[in-house]
Design a protein around this ligand. Structure first.
Ligand SMILES: Cc1cc2nc3c(=O)[nH]c(=O)nc-3n(C[C@H](O)[C@H](O)[C@H](O)COP(=O)(O)OP(=O)(O)OC[C@H]3O[C@@H](n4cnc5c(N)ncnc54)[C@H](O)[C@@H]3O)c2cc1C
Length: 409
């Protein structure tokens, strides 16, 4: 196929990774990013073997993993110490692991590579609010000035869960905001207490506290740890109006392991709140527009997959162009090729989230009674670990470990 003029909207995980893959495949790429001076900010995230495989294909895995914290286990328990989840990557393969990472590390590594990539032009401070199509191609319309940019042969929309560009095409889609989100903070772990595992404490379905080793962050040499605290979005104002010391005492009572983190939190403002979205659309392409990452399939971060799925999207989009007869053919192959993997993760996430974050209290009881027992059955345990590692394609179906992104075809 001839070299295309491609617009990528957004320089988050999906946008930067797809710009790199497409430029390296010989296309001319322009990345439009709303933020004038993007910074390496954000919560701790889990990088999974799938995400690492994509970063390795981009030549970025080693530098990212070097600033992360290796994770061997996911453990969730009740305040009384009853195990609800106890999963180890090693149950699947001895050399398999996850990485706790500051989101800024992933951003910075990808963004630096994008800025250095010869085939990519980065336009910062461009808030793209509309798509416009005429005989010449696809145009992007900037919000403030109403200026048009283009024409482009292909538009890759990667502008996150709140994308307004979904409304500019004829897609059938649903975009729903979860009632629950999470407060989070990233603080130094000077004594390096938090290692090797994502540790969660659950009480009913209304209390979920997470402690994630987060590596070194974008700068510095002190290990970091992230605290997550589940909260309904409509209780955020009450949280801010409440007594902070009392809130800390409650968290400490449920999760004594969080005490060293809580000591470093002094006001409500030390915690940020993130909400989650559930975005469903299919196919992810219409005309010469394709949606990747959270703009295409945002989900609750219960399974820790969003950034990893965005990376796999980017790799798969570029692979879909290999040997394709036309742009339409490539985009059709992309949507078809991603359907099983993404559909399965969306289904399980939607099903699982209320067991951990909802007002459906009986689900918490069922979870405490059943999940721990299920984890002990080797067959189910390895299914759950495959799910955690990002390689599950459905019940007892997985990606080959040694060929993750390519095997998705
Ligand atoms: C609390 C929390 C914990 C999480 N934990 C994990 C985890 O453990 N593992 C994991 O894999 N994922 C996790 N995620 C999800 C993960 O962060 C997202 O899935 C991932 O960042 C999506 O990447 P993206 O590139 O699609 O979108 P984003 O990262 O949101 O990037 C979108 C980009 O588009 C830009 N943009 C937006 N609008 C416009 C516009 N109009 N014009 C131009 N540019 C625009 C934005 O500025 C941004 O740079 C978590 C999320 C949350 C909230």
């Amino acid at each position: 196929m001839r070299s295309l003029d491609i617009a990528v909207v957004g320089t988050g995980t999906a946008g930067s990774a797809s710009a790199l893959f497409l430029a390296r495949a010989g296309h001319r790429v322009t990345v439009y990013e709303r933020v004038p001076d993007p910074q390496p900010v954000g919560a701790g995230i889990m990088l999974q073997p799938t995400g690492m495989a994509v970063l390795a294909a981009l030549g970025l895995c080693d530098e990212v993993v070097a600033r992360g914290a290796v994770l061997q286990h996911l453990v969730a328990e009740t305040p009384s110490g009853r195990r609800v989840l106890d999963l180890s990557y090693a149950d699947l393969a001895a050399d398999l692991y996850g990485v706790g990472l500051h989101r800024g590390v992933l951003f910075e590594s990808l963004f630096r590579a994008v800025k250095q990539e010869p085939g990519v032009t980065v336009k910062l401070g461009f808030d793209i609010e509309d798509l416009f199509i005429d005989h010449a191609g696809h145009w992007l319309v900037e919000a403030k000035t109403a200026r048009r940019f283009g024409p482009h042969d292909l538009v890759v929309v990667c502008n996150g869960a709140r994308s307004s560009l979904r409304d500019d095409t004829s897609h059938a889609k649903t975009v729903r905001r979860y009632p629950w989100g999470a407060l989070w903070a990233v603080v130094p772990d000077v004594e390096h207490r938090y290692r090797e595992r994502l540790f969660q404490v659950v009480r009913g379905t209304r209390v979920l506290i997470g402690l994630l080793p987060t590596g070194l962050g974008p700068t510095g040499t002190t290990p970091l740890v992230s605290l997550f605290y589940s909260l309904r979005g409509d209780r955020l104002d009450a949280f801010h109006a409440g007594d902070f010391a009392q809130w800390k005492a409650g968290v400490r009572a449920d999760a004594p392991a969080a005490a060293p983190v809580l000591e470093q939190l002094h006001t409500h403002a030390d915690l940020l709140f993130s909400e989650y979205h559930d975005v469903v659309m299919w196919p992810w392409n219409v005309g010469r527009v394709v949606y990747l990452g959270d703009s295409a399939h945002a989900m609750s971060p219960q399974l820790g997959q969003g950034a990893n799925l965005a990376l796999v999207d980017a790799a798969m989009l570029a692979q879909s162009f290999e040997g394709a007869e036309s742009v339409d053919d490539a985009l059709f192959r992309y949507s078809r090729g991603r359907r099983t993997h993404l559909g399965w993760y969306q289904f399980v996430t939607r099903w699982l989230t209320p067991f951990f974050q909802s007002d459906l209290l009986p689900l918490g009881v069922a979870r405490d009674l059943l999940f721990g027992a299920v984890c002990k059955v080797p067959l189910f345990r390895s299914e759950m670990v495959a799910m955690m590692a990002g390689i599950s394609l459905g019940p007892f179906r997985r990606l080959a470990l040694e060929a993750r992104p390519r095997a998705l075809r």
